[in-house]
Write a new protein. Structure first.
Length: 574
């Protein structure tokens, strides 16, 4: 090949380096200064323009590539590959086709590449993939079969095929091709493995189990097939069988710590958090400083409602200097849960990265709870200045802080300022409505909530808020009940809506129905207000000892809650 052709190929390698799917030839690394080569090319007398002139086509391709004109470069390379027996030119055309998503021309280029170098497995792979993309599954299967037959290592060939097809958008077509290949090469365990992996990626867990079983018939000692089968069993819903299969593998390979970790992650993905947690904890026995396992174990323990037990895992992350921002944030949450407000503030203050904004907002709320309103409001003003996209969120938190401190007039003034900056924002209008209810300004609250419902008639939150307001503080009980019913039909498991349904039934005199809804609400959200409502219904039904028990439990958690205290003083002054 002449120096001009070598130079053009070298420059093309520089332009297309990341898009190639086949190995580069030695010619691509022959020249270390492509810019100098390009200057040499520009100074030479250009070849005569001619579709049959190889050098001309190569130079057109090169200059088009430098200018980012990939379609023009591809056209030139397609012409050039017909003028030479060098498969590298067809390989270039194939790579450009892949990079520029031109599948029809890519098939033409890959076919020429295979014609010139029938034993190049990358050429076969490219041609098969282009056939598949262009809807010719039979030709795709033929080329993939030829790839395996020509390969010295069928296992490696199937790994190559699986890697390529794993990136294809049409998962169903890829899966059908892999099924056919597994049937044709049924004595190759890797054929079944690649098919099972693809089935699992596509959500076909039962198919993956069957494919893994077929592979294990050929290679009963394959750890990879057995592991995939166990995972597929769990993902297909046969969790106990999958877990047992993993346990068998763990016993067979006691030194393989990855197996238990794999089991833990698979159980977590399957929604079996408690089972996953148990295995994460066992992994930590052998890998006490594994940051990923520490983090997962801490998070699962926290989600399971055991903040005290979760704390050491996050403290260990801080000691190791790993995932510290997440650890600081969750340590702040744990300190809040334990009513260690100053500790929570210190943890939140150290948070950087993705959780920094959330930590700032929590700090603002806590500062407000401590009565340090100036610091809280200054911090929220900084949030709005530094994070303009989160301005509304900052106003909403500030409104909550003011409500929690019973500064209702200031909250209304804040919402007015916020709505000047964000006119018509329904979240801000909703916050103002909640504040108006606390001021006993039902007309204002109803106006705002109906404004929201005019624009979003199916807003369950607004329906519930308006319905509850009408039920709780007016005599329009039936009207409020109907609004709450609409909210409940849209979100039947929402604890706040269940509480409203129960309270509405109570106001309407339907005590048994009220008790049913309030018990469900209390199971999900045993806060002070729900406890006050449930206790009042039990009191009215003569279940006074149980009412007192529920109130006392709530009082331990929220001794200053006004709704709870008012209910107890009104019904049971002693």
């Amino acid at each position: 090949m002449t120096r001009w052709i070598m130079t053009a190929l070298g420059l093309m390698a520089l332009v297309l380096g990341g898009c190639a799917t086949v190995p580069e030839g030695d010619a691509d690394t022959a020249y270390q200064d492509p810019a100098e080569d390009l200057r040499i090319l520009e100074q030479r007398e250009p070849p005569v323009e001619d579709d049959r002139n190889l050098m001309y086509q190569l130079l057109v391709a090169e200059f088009a590539s430098v200018r980012g004109q990939l379609s023009a470069a591809l056209e030139a390379y397609l012409k050039a590959m017909r003028l030479t027996e060098d498969p590298q030119i067809a390989a270039r055309a194939t790579r450009i086709s892949i990079y520029s998503n031109q599948d029809v021309k890519g098939q033409d280029a890959a076919a020429r590449w295979v014609e010139l170098d029938p034993d190049d497995l990358s050429a076969r792979q490219a041609l098969a993939v282009f056939h598949l993309r262009n809807g010719d599954a039979d030709q795709a299967r033929r080329q993939f079969r030829e790839l395996v037959v020509r390969s010295d290592d069928p296992a490696a060939a199937f790994a190559q095929i699986g890697g390529g097809l794993g990136r294809e958008e049409d998962a169903d077509a890829s899966l059908a091709v892999l099924k056919s290949l597994a049937e044709s090469f049924s004595d190759v365990p890797e054929a079944h493995l690649v098919y099972a992996q693809a089935a699992l990626r596509s959500g076909e867990a039962d198919v993956a189990v069957t494919a893994a079983d077929a592979g294990l018939d050929v290679a009963p000692d394959s750890r990879e097939l057995a592991t995939l089968r166990a995972q597929a069993l769990i993902e297909s819903g046969r969790v106990d069988a999958g877990r047992a299969a993993f346990e068998t593998l763990i016993e067979r390979y006691p030194g393989d710590g990855e197996l238990r970790l794999y089991l833990a992650r698979t159980l977590l993905d399957a929604g079996r958090e408690q089972d996953a947690l148990r295995h994460f904890r066992q992994v930590l026995v052998d890998r006490p400083n594994d940051a990923g396992v520490l983090y997962a174990t801490g998070l699962l323990t926290l989600d399971a409602g055991h903040p005290k037990e979760a704390r050491p895992y996050f403290l260990r992350l801080v000691e190791l200097g790993e995932r510290t921002n997440e650890a600081y944030y969750f340590l702040g949450q744990i300190a809040e849960d334990r009513a260690r407000i100053e500790d929570a503030l210190r943890w939140y203050e150290q948070v950087e990265g993705d959780n920094r904004l959330a930590a700032k907002l929590r700090r603002a709320v806590l500062l407000g709870d401590l009565g340090r309103l100036g610091a809280s409001r200054t911090l929220l003003e900084q949030v709005r200045e530094q994070h303009p996209a989160e301005s509304v969120r900052g106003y909403l938190v500030e409104g909550e802080v003011l409500r929690r401190n019973q500064l209702y007039d200031e909250a209304i003034s804040l919402y007015a300022d916020a709505l000047e900056r964000h006119p018509g924002n329904t979240d801000l209008i909703y916050g103002r409505a909640l504040t108006a209810v606390l001021q006993d300004n039902v007309d204002s609250a109803e106006r705002d909530l109906r404004y929201i419902l005019e624009r979003d008639p199916d807003n369950a939150q607004a329906l519930n808020a308006l319905g509850y307001t009408l039920v709780d503080v007016t005599d329009r009980h039936q009207e409020g009940f109907e609004l709450i019913q609409r909210a409940h039909s849209m979100d039947p498991d929402n604890a706040a809506i269940l509480d409203s349904m129960g309270w509405a039934h109570y106001r309407l005199g339907n005590y048994q129905e009220a008790l049913t809804f309030l018990r469900r609400a209390h199971e999900q959200m045993p806060d002070a207000e729900v406890s006050a409502h449930l206790g009042e219904v039990l009191w009215a039904m003569g279940e006074r000892q149980e009412a007192r028990r529920i109130w006392r439990q709530a009082l331990d958690e929220a001794p200053d809650d006004p709704a709870l205290k008012e209910t107890m003083q009104r019904l049971d002054p002693s």
